[in-house]
Write a protein that binds this ligand. Structure first.
Ligand code: NI
Ligand code: MN
Length: 215
């Protein structure tokens, strides 16, 4: 499995010839070409997460997995979509995924209600990866830690709209993940952080900070 960071909250995960895109807002990675995408996941409808999902789905045929309202919105725009509700496993030909709670809001760039925001848990090649989407720190992370036992957590750390570093460190503790990938920071001024501070605090609780360079 190979994880590529595309900036903000966007990732590509490659596994046995399949490619999964998460929250493909690609302004930070203008040279990235979304070729041969198998599946797209969108945590909520805000423009910095929906990104180019609809265009990529239309050109590649890869379906977008999202909660019911957002999946319907994507389908109306001509994308392929897989709708889901929180908590259910969905099986794919590379593993499985489940939408899990996130505390945030969700409306599309043109103001359509996007259903409830979510994070996603992925089981791929025997590893469990949690992408939190945009969220505050919440008790749900204790549940996610206990039930899904993620090995790797992708957590927003930029503050202002989501958890900041202090809360992301607490989330990492509750989730029990040994590796923490920071996201949703330094994309714009309002979410500027000192990444060294994040790395130091994550090491202090005995976990590995996996700051990724934008590809
Ligand atoms: Ni958002
Ligand atoms: Mn966001």
């Amino acid at each position: 499995m190979n994880i590529v960071y595309l900036g903000h909250s966007a990732f590509e995960i490659e596994t046995t010839g399949k490619k999964i895109l998460i929250d493909p807002f690609l302004v930070c990675s203008p040279n990235y070409k979304p070729d041969n995408i198998t599946n797209i996941f969108v945590t909520h409808a805000h423009g910095d997460h929906l990104g180019s999902a609809i265009e990529i789905s239309k050109s590649s045929g890869a379906p977008i997995t999202a909660v019911y309202e957002l999946a319907n919105y994507c389908a109306k725009q001509g994308a392929k979509a897989i709708d889901t509700g929180l908590g259910a496993w969905i099986e794919y030909n590379w593993g499985r995924a489940a939408a899990v709670p996130a505390f945030h809001s969700s409306s599309t760039p043109d103001g359509v209600y996007g259903g409830c925001p979510c994070g996603f848990v992925f089981e791929i090649e025997g590893k469990t990866i949690y992408h939190a989407g945009d969220t505050s720190l919440s008790n749900e992370m204790k549940m996610i830690g206990e039930v899904y036992q993620p090995d790797t957590a992708m957590l927003p750390i930029g503050g202002k709209y989501t958890m900041d570093i202090e809360h992301a460190v607490k989330a990492a503790e509750w989730l029990g993940a040994s590796e923490v990938i920071p996201m949703h920071y330094n994309t714009f001024d309002a979410i500027k952080v000192d990444i060294n501070d994040f790395e130091r605090q994550i090491r202090e609780i005995g976990k590995i900070p996996m700051t990724m360079k934008i590809d």
